[in-house]
Design a protein around this ligand. Structure first.
Ligand code: SF4
Length: 393
């Protein structure tokens, strides 16, 4: 361990997420995200994406925490033909504004009968209306209308959940919301969105609902009903009545795996970087599929790191993979390529690459003050072995 201060490493904040119509330049080419309607891809769409990725992108695809499918490493000259291919698969919005506004997360267990498709369609339409509020690029909605809410732990600004009198609509961070009929629920959600802007939630075009809720009172007509306490329900891995949920190390899946999955059934992308393969009762024995919660690969996460991200001070995933067996049960080690920590905003055991080694944060984010600085990979491993025996970790 060294007492030297952290080596300076400049990070830039991007105020938006890449889409398909607005790809983001990165260290290895363009990054593009597909936002499937209702988080679902048909078998033909999966097959088509696999073929396009094979030709025009890196052979590893990323599942994102917004239930998007990300392609990266796209050469600028290949982008138009890739986009045309995605358009032919009916995966592209009509324009950039529609794409960026359609920031809607749905429960991966949605069913037509629970009203989610109609709500999603109505919400997309409402967000595209001329009088719709101009919301921050990262502002999002969670349609969580299954039997129990699953998305409480996922980033969203306005949440809609099933209620025995209709749909509960509430602002993220609030303990109260309003119950509306399915027909009125989107209008209520838009009232909350308008209130967010009018109350100063995004003074410079950026801001999140929970920050506003923490300092401002929501109008009583939008806060008449208590939000039930979180049941803590989670989507398990493995076989469930709706099919099979499979995870992947770092949420990345090889294009060959995607092609294989396309032969099994439609896919739903979850915000936990996993896939639900609909209605299957058997799965091929592929080592890259994670189907058990105790798999050590679930104890690690890492951002893109070098060379894919041009802000990274070092590669991240190789180190995280090597350290996985040392991470204690029920903990997650995040390896970040810089102090921005964009891939893991929540506190956890964190390593941050600097130009002079890795800084270690025992419980915090990549921006937290480190507990140890400038460690070599061997020194990091030694620290983890020590921490595994520390009762306070
Ligand atoms: S946290 Fe990782 S992915 Fe994000 S900017 Fe830094 S190096 Fe890049």
């Amino acid at each position: 361990m060294s007492a030297q201060p952290n080596a300076p490493h400049v990070t830039r904040i991007q105020g938006w997420c890449p889409g398909a119509l607005r790809p983001m330049p990165s260290g290895d080419g363009l990054v593009l995200r597909i936002r499937p309607q209702l988080g679902r891809l048909t078998q033909a769409q999966v097959q088509g994406i696999a073929e396009l990725a094979e030709c025009y992108a890196q052979p590893l695809l990323d599942l994102t925490s917004r239930a998007n499918l990300q392609l990266r490493g796209i050469a600028t000259q290949d982008y138009p033909v890739l986009l045309a291919g995605l358009q032919a698969l009916d995966l592209i919005d009509t324009d950039v504004q529609s794409e960026s506004r359609r920031n809607i997360l749905v429960s991966p267990l949605w069913q037509p009968a629970d009203g989610t498709p109609a709500l999603a369609q109505a919400l997309s339409k409402a967000l595209g209306q001329p009088g719709a509020p101009t919301l921050p690029a990262k502002f999002g909605f969670a349609l969580d209308c299954g039997a129990v809410p699953l998305l409480r732990g996922c980033a969203a600004d306005i949440r809609l959940e099933r209620h025995d009198r209709g749909v509960l609509v509430y602002a993220n961070g609030s303990t109260r919301g309003v119950v509306a009929s399915a027909e009125r629920a989107i209008a209520r959600a838009m009232e909350l969105a308008h209130w967010f802007i009018a109350a100063g939630g995004a003074p410079d075009g950026r801001g999140r609902m929970d920050a506003l809720v923490a300092k401002t009172t929501i109008p009583t007509e939008l806060a008449s009903t208590a939000v039930p306490v979180n049941t803590g329900a989670r989507l398990p891995l493995g076989f469930i009545p709706q099919g099979c949920v499979v995870g992947f190390e770092f949420g990345q899946l090889p294009v060959d795996t995607l092609r294989t999955l396309s032969t099994l059934g439609p896919l739903r992308i979850t915000p936990w970087r996993s896939l639900l393969v609909e209605d299957v009762q058997t799965m091929p024995a592929l080592s890259e599929l994670i189907t058990h919660a105790d798999d050590v690969r679930l104890r690690i996460s890492a951002c893109t790191g070098a060379p894919g991200c041009n802000q990274a001070a070092a590669p991240t995933r190789e180190l995280a993979h090597a350290l996985a067996p040392l991470v204690p049960l029920d903990h997650v080690l995040h390896v970040s390529g810089c102090s921005k920590g964009c891939a893991h905003p929540n506190p956890t055991l964190t390593l941050v690459a600097t130009s002079a080694g890795f800084d270690l944060v025992q419980h915090g984010t990549a921006a937290s003050p480190p507990d140890a600085r400038q460690l070599s990979p061997a020194a990091v491993a030694a620290h983890l072995k020590q921490l595994a025996h520390a009762p306070h970790l």
